[in-house]
Design a protein around this ligand. Structure first.
Ligand code: JCK
Length: 233
């Protein structure tokens, strides 16, 4: 799978993909993440990518031409056939279901906004989908793009151990059950006996009960959603 990320701050992506699981996925050529600097298509002598808003008001607006030129030059004829995602606080909420859908695509473009806004013609004629990673305010779209790439990449076959993904599907829609590792006693705090018993069926049952109970306490909305899905089956 290939990601093309368009940004005016390519340096933000120096860190996030250069460690651990994503780094391994890149090395194994399971994923290809290309960062493109929109400013290479900036306007005029100063390579501007923004301008003041028509109609007045505070802040600057990201201009359309550098974005169309940048995305057009990288995607070429593929433009029009693949998802072009805009990270935006006004977008559809990003969910695991969306991550799963997008993990099936061979290639995705992600545009990272900055400033107070983006020229509406980009949304209307370049972007196929607007996605938000949550109801809080970021300074720009780059960290949201990194979050989406991370969540999507781990779903690509071969990136994560298939046992872990199978375990995840058993408990999908629930919060995690408690985990323990050695030592069995630490500062007088012990590990639940059931986990040391070797009774695999009993352990699975205990974990499911723990996950369900924690979800009921902390995220009853997730249980409601899960019940709706089960009713549909
Ligand atoms: C992209 C610029 C900064 C901040 C004005 C917005 C009402 C406008 C995001 N989950 C998420 N939160 N924030 C973002 C995000 C923020 C961005 C850009 C994504 C580009 N900014 C900014 C505030 C405003 N308010 C709501 C007025 C821009 C995602 N994904």
């Amino acid at each position: 799978m290939r990601f093309d990320i368009f940004t005016i701050f390519p340096g933000i992506f120096q860190g996030p993909f250069d460690e651990s699981i994503i780094k391994r996925a890149i090395a194994a050529e399971l994923v290809d993440i290309q960062i493109h600097d929109i400013r290479e298509h900036g306007m005029g002598r100063h390579r501007s990518v923004d301008d003041t808003p028509y109609g007045g008001g505070p802040g600057m607006v990201m201009a359309a031409p550098p974005l169309f030129d940048s995305v057009g030059s990288v995607l070429g004829d593929a433009l029009g056939t693949l998802p072009v995602i805009l990270t935006s606080a006004s977008g559809d909420p990003f969910t695991q279901v969306i991550a799963e859908e997008l993990s099936l695509e061979p290639r995705i473009a992600i545009l990272c906004g900055r400033y107070e806004g983006i020229d509406q013609r980009v949304r209307d004629h370049l972007v196929t989908r607007e996605i938000s990673i949550g109801d809080y305010v970021l300074t720009g779209g780059e960290l949201a793009a990194a979050v989406m790439v991370d969540a999507i990449t781990r779903l690509i076959p071969g990136v994560i151990d298939s046992e872990s993904l199978a375990e995840e599907s058993h408990t999908a829609g629930l919060l995690e059950y408690p985990h323990y590792t050695r030592p069995n006693e630490y500062r007088g705090w012990t590990v639940p006996d059931i986990l040391l018993s070797g009774h695999h069926a009993k352990i699975a049952e205990w974990r499911m009960k723990q996950a369900t109970e924690l979800t009921r306490q902390r995220r009853p909305d997730l249980l409601d959603k899960l019940n709706h899905h089960l009713k549909d089956l």
